[in-house]
Design a binder for this molecule. Structure first.
Ligand code: IPD
Ligand code: CA
Ligand code: CA
Ligand code: CA
Length: 259
């Protein structure tokens, strides 16, 4: 039997250290920033540094585990057997560069295709969210409560900008049924809003796997539903549009995708 709690304890130290490095980096105005595919798709030397930091730790402690990282770490995946680590070193790089807030650092671990551990570090608020399969979700060590079901009419929702542009009628219909919309520009922090019950649902167009992977074990542990909008399970290592919501809000939203 693998002791996921002991594993989480070790990884927590790495994620905290990465958070400290990122917090300190905000005072350094000489951090190099590059464009990837367009002016809003940025990568900084800190994205690469933090990914390398995690990769070194993983390889030192778990040399036979595989890794997928946003900034260029790609093992070959013939199947989903064994351990796979998914790294998003800075989620919300555009916010990191332009706002110096509203970003996080994320890790997710899968074993034989099952989400078993995940970490989302909200660096500025110094809130480290940690999900361990079978052991719940903790924020800075405090066990979080399962989320009570409620309809979207009783909560706020988050819809990514691309969905508002590509699917405005459906987006308007979801927002119209809710108390209002809130957007942050970091999928990790949007998922944190849902697992903390500060918003009731997060609905998106396709996101990279590292953007969504850490939400999976946390959603399952807190009784939330998280699937693709067609109701299919999240496809591992692929791009996925997602809905993450409490079960009642989820059913209401998914109903809007069936027609
Ligand atoms: C981005 C953020 C953003 C989402 C983008 C992602 P990155 O991640 O999560 O909220 O809308 O699609 O690419 O590139 O800053 O890690
Ligand atoms: Ca990016
Ligand atoms: Ca991301
Ligand atoms: Ca990133």
């Amino acid at each position: 039997m693998i002791d996921y709690v002991a594993m989480a304890e070790m990884i927590r130290g790495w994620v905290e250290e990465a958070g400290d490095i990122l917090r300190e980096s905000l005072a350094d105005n000489s951090i190099k920033v590059e464009e990837k595919t367009n002016p809003s798709d940025l990568v900084t030397e800190m994205d690469r540094f933090i990914e390398k930091f995690y990769v070194q730790k993983i390889q030192e402690h778990f040399p036979d585990h595989k890794i997928l990282g946003e900034e260029g770490t790609y093992d070959t995946f013939e199947d989903l057997k064994g351990f796979i680590w998914v790294i998003d070193p800075i989620d919300g790089t555009l916010n990191y560069v332009k706002q110096k807030r509203n970003f996080c650092s994320m890790l997710a671990v899968f074993n034989d295709g099952e989400p078993v551990l995940s970490f989302i570090n909200d660096v500025i608020h110094e809130e480290l969210y940690e999900g361990v399969k079978g052991h719940g979700v903790r924020c800075n060590g405090h066990l979080m409560e399962p989320i009570a079901e409620h309809p979207i009419s009783e909560g706020l929702v988050s819809i990514n900008t691309r969905m508002e542009m590509r699917d405005p009628e459906r987006a308007r219909s979801i927002v119209g049924d809710s108390l209002g919309v809130r957007l942050m520009g970091s999928s990790g922090l949007e998922m944190v809003q849902v697992i903390s019950n500060r918003i009731s649902a997060y609905v998106t167009t396709p996101l990279s796997f590292w953007d969504v992977a850490p939400g999976m074990v946390m959603a399952a542990e807190l009784g939330l539903k998280m699937t693709r909008p067609d109701g299919e399970p999240i496809k591992l290592l692929e791009n996925n549009p997602i809905i993450i919501a409490n079960p009642m809000a989820y059913e209401q939203i998914i109903g809007k995708f069936s027609n």
